[in-house]
Design a protein around this ligand. Structure first.
Ligand code: FAD
Length: 424
């Protein structure tokens, strides 16, 4: 059911603030377990460009198990290999087909079709409500316990009362702020500019390219339809300076890193309004829950865009939290909900910390400008590239930890049974 918030008060079992990948996957998994869930989303639509579109193989695997992958297949593009060039030379490449996993390939999948598919699937279930154009503006509390949110919608304010409130409201989470949960925001030395250009004919559309030159680097990620998503680093807060120099300064950066797209960028990016700026930081939140409240996705752990980990962890959070929360809601009181939320954090935070550590090491390597250090960076990439064992270990650690853990029985990730009508 899709609605907008209106006057009065509604009661539900779980209120999720934010209809991003974390919020909607969680809503679907809870609704499939017969939990009443209301999602509060400030936006009227899912049309968001320049968000997480690189889906790691573990997320592809999760989306397949959730029955969502088939619904979005036409909007996807598989990535078959990754290559890193430093100073114009190939220093590292990896073929994903070499990994014997149920879903070996990362995918490009824009968020609008993904979110639409999740919402459509959930809307077919009783107990699911999506309140659009509705912003959570205040937390409701009874004593120390969060009991829901006050929501401002086009028709006024509503109280959504719930046994569990979920902050799935992204990297600038207001709910986390309102709850007073402490966090550390670690800014990185750079920001990122994103834009899209036509796929050059000379490029294979299944290769994820990283190009580095000194302390400058760019990501060149093929996506649908026949486009390349380009992101390159600029100094922290440096966009204003670049804008002053005009759009030619952007063309010059592209010419330096990837002359193959020089022509495309001049036809498809004619002003700065065709670009999007990402302020790069990572957030460490020591405690993800309070009585009646839990954080998921970017609200619990903002990551950087390196190796497409944000969406991945958002979806994995939802799949891990749903059975724990559903069981606690069915059987126990508020204490068992709190225990469930703590178990969720314990199950997830090590994976998130591993991704963050790897991203921070990569970010530092990308930022090296000193020629001696640049030479060492190239050597390190070449060593990894030529050592099959090391390369497999690193790539598997980034892209296949969930599939690997599931296969070996170390961690079982149960997804809810699908209603038979949605399986065809
Ligand atoms: C430019 C850019 C490029 C990126 N590229 C990648 C990539 O290639 N791969 C990758 O894995 N990750 C990438 N990321 C990160 C990725 O987008 C996030 O990690 C992912 O979307 C997190 O999902 P989420 O559901 O936690 O939060 P979000 O996707 O941020 O969703 C939060 C939702 O909450 C809503 N909301 C916020 N506040 C309120 C409120 N008070 N009331 C109601 N609703 C509210 C928002 O409208 C939004 O819909 C990128 C991010 C950006 C910005």
């Amino acid at each position: 059911m899709t609605d907008t918030a209106g006057p009065g008060s509604v009661s539900t079992q779980v209120c999720i603030v934010g209809a991003g990948p974390a919020g909607l996957t969680l809503a679907l998994e809870l609704a499939r377990r017969s939990v009443a869930v209301t999602v509060v989303e400030q936006s009227a639509h899912f049309n968001r460009s320049f968000r997480g579109e690189s889906i790691s193989p573990d997320s592809v695997w999760l989306l397949e198990r959730l029955g969502i992958l088939d619904k979005v297949r036409d909007s996807t593009l598989e990535t078959h290999r990754m290559e890193i060039r430093d100073g114009g030379r190939l220093v590292l490449n990896a073929e994903f087909s070499a990994f014997d996993q149920p879903c070996p390939f990362p995918m490009e999948l824009p968020q609008p079709p993904l979110l639409a598919a999740l919402a459509e699937e959930a809307a077919a279930l009783p107990g699911f409500t999506l309140l659009r154009r509705s912003t959570a503006v205040e937390l409701l509390r009874e004593g120390e316990t969060v009991t829901g949110v006050r929501v401002r919608g086009p028709e006024g304010e509503t109280e959504v009362r719930a046994a569990l409130t979920v902050a799935a409201d992204g990297r600038f989470s207001k709910v986390r702020e309102m709850a007073g949960l402490p966090y550390e925001k670690i800014p990185l030395e750079r920001d990122f500019v994103w834009f899209k250009v036509p796929q050059p004919e000379v490029w294979d559309p299944h290769t994820y390219r990283v190009r580095i030159n000194g302390d400058r680097h760019g990501l060149f990620i093929p996506t649908v339809p026949d486009l390349v998503r380009v992101g390159f680093n600029i100094p922290k807060g440096g966009l204003r300076e670049m804008r002053k120099q005009g759009i030619d300064s952007l063309y010059a950066r592209v010419d330096e890193l990837a002359p193959e797209v020089s022509e495309g960028v001049r036809t498809s990016v004619t002003s700065w309004s065709d670009t999007s700026m990402l302020d790069i930081f990572t957030t460490v939140v020591p405690r993800w829950s309070l009585p009646g409240l839990v954080l998921v996705g970017d609200a619990a752990h903002t990551l950087t865009p390196v190796l497409g980990q944000g969406v991945n962890h958002a979806i994995a959070d939802a799949v891990v939290l749903a059975p724990l929360a559903a069981k606690a809601l069915a059987g126990g009181g508020p204490d068992s909900l709190l225990v469930a939320c703590r178990r969720f954090q314990q199950a997830r935070e090590e994976h998130v910390a591993r991704s963050r550590g790897l991203q921070m090491r990569q970010e530092r390597a990308f930022a090296l400008g000193d020629p001696a250090k640049v030479a060492l960076r190239r050597l390190a990439y070449r060593l990894v590239s030529s050592n099959g064992f090391l390369k497999r270990k690193i790539v598997a650690g980034i892209y296949y930890p969930l599939q690997e853990a599931h296969r070996s029985g170390r961690a079982v990730l149960p997804v809810a049974p699908r209603p038979t009508s949605s399986m065809s």
